[in-house]
Design a protein around this ligand. Structure first.
Ligand code: 2AM
Ligand code: CA
Ligand code: CA
Ligand code: CA
Length: 283
């Protein structure tokens, strides 16, 4: 198989797989999560993370033949050609503790560049998707994720679809909510000064959903010191199609194949924050 698979076919497969995975995440909350720790006591994984990654990898491998990289164990030898990148649950701490604000994130990366991105805000019932160069959409009323087998992604009666508008190009960081966390605030004194000047800061605990807050125009920027490929590969396509500027915290291009920092922002907010942060000690 199948370098020949059409992008729209791949998008439909990705959306269907993410819908089914979202149904698994919701259903999983009724069962024993079997929470385990990984690198430290706040680095969690549940049985559901592992089950979803197994399901997604098996589906994508059999339906497309492309290799799968996932947070919970699926590795790839290289990023040459097309590679699926999945975060089965982004925001596992939320999944365990608050039971909202977690995502399923799936991207198709082509020669190191994110090409297709699908992110489900599972509890809110919103499915975001984008293909590079073809805009981003939101299906805002996914109240029943188990409907994934009926109809096509945008064609089922009762399934509404909204194009994501372009983020405002002239809104600066002082007129914006900034999404960031305590680690970043502690590490970057200049970020603290910028946050004080801004409309305020927020933290949701899912990097994919935090990028999407920016892509949806609800926040002006997202600042994070460490994101992995599976955290942001899908959201990067959605951000790019909504006109969000995405770089590392020093302004260099973000290569999704490598772990590192992220500054995602509406164009003016991004430029202003970059100018202010650039001589913080982390750079
Ligand atoms: P996860 O839930 O898939 O692990 C929460 O702070 C956000 O950061 C989530 O997107 C979470 O993804 C991610 N995250 C959790 N632990 C992390 C770590 N040790 N390094 C980098 N990102 C992490
Ligand atoms: Ca994790
Ligand atoms: Ca993650
Ligand atoms: Ca995860």
């Amino acid at each position: 198989m199948s370098e020949q698979l059409d992008t729209q076919v791949l998008l439909a497969i990705a959306e269907q797989v993410v819908r089914r995975a979202s149904a698994m995440a919701l259903a999983g909350q009724q069962r024993d999560l079997q929470v385990q720790t990984k690198a430290n006591r706040n680095d969690l994984v549940t049985r559901v993370d592992k089950d979803i990654e197994e399901f997604v990898a098996a589906e994508l491998t059999s339906r497309t033949g492309y290799p799968v990289l996932g947070e919970e164990g699926h590795g790839v030898d290289s990023f040459a050609g097309r590679v699926w990148v999945v975060d089965p649950i982004d925001g596992t701490m939320n999944y365990v503790e608050t039971r909202r604000d977690y995502a399923v994130s799936l991207a198709l990366v082509s020669d190191g560049q994110p090409l297709i991105g699908v992110v489900a805000d599972v509890v809110a019932g919103r499915l975001y998707s984008a293909v590079r160069g073809h805009g981003a959409t939101c299906h805002p009323d996914e109240h029943d994720w188990t409907r994934s087998d009926v109809g096509g992604p945008a064609t089922e009666p009762g399934r509404s679809t909204e194009e994501l508008a372009q983020v405002p190009s002239d809104k600066g960081f002082r007129d914006s909510i900034i999404i960031t966390d305590l680690k970043e605030i502690r590490a970057m004194p200049r970020l603290v000064a910028a946050l004080v000047e801004s409309r305020g800061h927020r933290r949701y605990g899912s990097a994919a959903l935090e990028c999407i807050e920016v892509a949806s125009g609800r926040a002006g920027a997202f600042v994070h010191l460490w994101v992995s490929p599976w955290d942001i590969a899908a959201a990067m396509v959605i951000c790019a199609e909504a006109g969000v500027t995405v770089t590392r915290l020093d302004g260099t291009p973000l290569d999704v194949r490598h772990k590192g920092s992220i500054l995602a922002g509406a164009p003016r907010a991004h430029a202003e924050l970059l100018a202010r942060l650039v001589s913080d000690p982390t750079h």
